[in-house]
Design a protein around this ligand. Structure first.
Ligand SMILES: Nc1nc2c(ncn2[C@@H]2O[C@H](COP(=O)(O)O)[C@@H](O)[C@H]2O)c(=O)[nH]1
Ligand SMILES: [Mn+2]
Length: 480
C-alpha cells in the first residue's frame, strides 16, 4: 500500500490532492512506471520562483526638478522589483510615470508585457479608463458645454430609471454568458451606470482644433461599477493561482494563466467590459450631438488602462496610450492624450519603436498625491486657487464644489511632458485641441461627516511613511 509518506519521499508537494491520489493509486495497485505516469497527471505544477534579475525596461522619462527625480527614483525601484515577476518579458515607463502603490506595483504610465499571463493588478482597477472625441464641426463651444452639462452624469451611483440609456442586447448576452460578469450586481450596474462618468479626474472637455477650428467634445472615464467588480473578482482568482504556483510573487502582481478556463473567461470579460465602456462614452456623445442637432464629423477613442494581446504576449498598460494598430480592433482615428484642464489635448499618432513597446503616455501624470497636493496649498482658499488656475477657461464642477486636486497644478508640467514625447520619439503630435472649458465632478464628498477623519488618517500615514505615496487616481472607483 502506498502512503502519504511514500509520496513525500518522492519529493511531491503535500496538499489536498494527496487524499484522492492515494485512493486512486491503492484502488488500482499502481507501482513503478504506472505509478509515476499517474502522478505526472495529478501532481501540482512546480512552484515558479521570481526571476534572478529584473528584465530590462525602457525609461522614457527625465526629471527637471527634485520632486520629479524623487518620483522617478521610486518608479524605477518599483519597476525593478516588478520586472522579476516570472511571467514578465518586457517593460517601459512613460513621461507621465508616477507611483501607484507599494514598491513593486506597476506605476501609472507603465507598460509591462508578460507571456501567457493576465495580471489584473497591472491593468488598473479602473478597467478600460478611456478617452473619446467627437468632432462637432463649427458648433459654438459654450452651447456644447451647456448642453453637455444637462445630459451627462457625474458622481456616485447610476442614472435614475427615467434617464437610463438602453443596454445593448449583445453586451447583456455576453455578460450573462461569462461567469465573471453574470451577477445581479454587475448586470444592475451595467444598466444603471451606462452614460455616467464617475468622479476623480474624469472629465467632459470642450475645445477647438488648432488644425481646423472645429469644436471637439472629449470625455474621459472608465467602466464604472461594471469594471470595478470584475477587477475585484480577477484579483481574487489571480491570488488563488499565485498561492499555488508562485507564492514568491507579490500579491499585486498575481496572474491568471491565460490558457486556463479562468484565463479565457477573464480575457473575454475584459473585452465585454471594453465594449460596455465604449458604449458608456458613445451614449453621451450621441445624446449631446442629437440635442445640438450637430452632425458628428469624426469620432475616435482609445483606452489607456487595459491589456492588449499579441499572440501569447499580454501588454498591460496602466495609464499608457496604445499606438500600434495590432492593439486596437476598432481604430477610427488617431489617439488622444489629455494633459490638464487648462492645456490643449494632444492628438497623436505613432507606432512601435525600440523603446515605446507600441505605447505613448496617457496624460501628464502627477508629481504629488492628491493629499500632498492639498497640503502644498495650505493657507490659500479653494476659490483663490481656482481663480488663479482656470483663467481664460470655462471650468465647471458638476456638484459646484471646487476640487483643487484636479486643477492644473496637480499635474506635471504639460510642456515638459509634450517635449519628452518628442525627445523619446514616442509619438507624433498631429493636432491640439485648445480648451474652451470642461466639467468635472468636483469635491462632492466635501461635507461628508467621515471626511475629516479620512483626511487625518491620510495625513498620519503620510507623516509615518516619509516617502513618496501613491499618485494613482482611484477616486473614481467607489462601487456603490
Ligand atoms: N484635459 C484634461 N486633462 C486632465 C484633466 N484631469 C486630468 N487630466 C489628465 O488626464 C490624465 C489621465 O488620468 P488617469 O486618471 O487616466 O490616470 C492625467 O494624467 C492628466 O494629465 C482635466 O480636467 N482635463
Ligand atoms: Mn483615465
Amino acid at each position: 500500500m502506498i502512503t502519504g509518506k511514500d509520496l513525500l519521499d518522492l519529493g511531491l508537494k503535500p496538499g489536498k490532492w494527496f487524499k484522492e491520489a492515494l485512493e486512486h493509486i491503492n484502488a488500482h495497485d499502481l507501482t513503478g512506471d504506472a505509478l509515476h505516469a499517474y502522478l505526472d497527471t495529478v501532481k501540482p505544477a512546480p512552484v515558479i520562483p521570481l526571476l534572478d534579475a529584473p528584465v530590462h525596461f525602457y525609461e522614457n522619462i527625465r526629471a527637471d526638478t527634485a520632486v520629479e527625480q524623487a518620483n522617478i527614483d521610486y518608479v524605477r525601484q518599483s519597476m525593478q522589483q516588478l520586472m522579476r515577476t516570472p511571467t514578465v518579458v518586457a517593460g517601459a515607463i512613460m513621461p507621465d510615470a508616477c507611483p501607484a502603490g507599494p514598491l513593486g506595483t506597476i506605476p501609472v504610465g507603465g507598460v509591462v508585457a508578460t507571456r501567457n499571463a493576465i495580471h489584473p493588478g497591472m491593468h488598473s482597477a479602473d478597467i478600460c479608463c478611456s478617452v473619446m472625441l467627437s468632432n462637432l464641426g463649427k458648433t459654438d463651444p459654450k452651447t456644447v458645454l451647456d448642453v453637455a452639462q444637462a445630459i451627462t452624469h457625474f458622481g456616485p451611483g447610476g442614472r435614475d430609471p427615467e434617464k437610463q440609456f438602453a443596454l445593448p442586447a449583445e453586451i447583456l448576452a455576453e455578460m450573462q454568458a461569462n461567469p465573471f460578469l453574470n451577477s445581479e450586481r454587475s448586470l444592475k450596474m451595467a444598466r444603471e451606470h451606462l452614460g455616467t462618468q464617475g468622479d476623480g479626474n474624469h472629465f467632459l472637455y470642450v475645445g477647438v482644433s488648432k488644425a481646423t477650428g472645429d469644436t471637439m467634445l472629449v470625455t474621459h472615464h472608465g467602466s464604472r461599477g461594471v469594471g470595478a467588480v470584475l477587477y475585484g473578482h480577477g484579483m481574487k482568482v489571480a491570488e488563488f493561482f499565485r498561492r499555488e504556483i508562485s507564492p514568491a510573487t507579490a500579491p499585486d502582481n498575481a496572474w491568471i494563466p491565460s490558457e486556463t478556463p479562468e484565463g479565457v473567461n477573464y480575457w473575454d470579460a475584459l473585452q465585454t467590459v471594453r465594449k460596455w465602456t465604449k458604449r458608456n462614452h458613445e451614449v453621451l456623445h450621441e445624446a449631446i450631438a442629437a440635442k445640438l442637432a450637430a452632425t458628428v464629423q469624426q469620432r475616435y477613442w482609445n483606452e489607456h488602462n487595459f491589456v492588449f494581446r499579441d499572440g501569447d504576449v499580454f501588454y498591460h498598460a496602466k495609464g499608457a496610450t496604445p499606438l500600434a494598430a495590432k492593439f486596437m480592433p476598432d481604430i477610427t482615428g488617431p489617439r488622444i492624450i489629455p494633459l490638464n484642464m487648462a492645456q490643449p489635448i494632444l492628438i497623436v499618432e505613432g507606432d512601435t519603436t525600440t523603446n515605446n513597446l507600441g505605447f505613448a503616455p496617457h496624460g501628464a501624470g502627477r508629481n504629488l498625491s492628491r493629499t500632498r497636493h492639498k497640503y502644498s496649498k495650505i493657507g490659500q482658499t479653494n476659490e483663490a486657487i481656482f481663480e488663479a488656475e482656470t483663467q481664460g477657461i470655462d471650468a465647471r464642477f458638476y456638484f459646484n464644489r471646487i476640487d483643487i486636486s484636479e486643477l492644473p497644478s496637480a499635474y506635471k508640467n504639460a510642456e515638459d511632458v509634450k517635449q519628452q514625447i518628442t525627445d523619446f520619439n514616442l509619438a507624433t503630435v498631429i493636432d491640439e485641441i485648445h480648451p474652451y472649458g470642461c466639467i468635472m465632478a468636483g469635491d462632492w464628498e466635501q461635507d461628508a461627516p467621515w471626511r475629516k477623519k479620512k483626511l487625518a488618517k491620510a495625513a498620519a500615514a503620510l507623516a509615518a511613511q516619509g516617502g513618496v505615496d501613491t499618485q494613482e487616481d482611484t477616486s473614481a472607483l467607489t462601487v456603490e
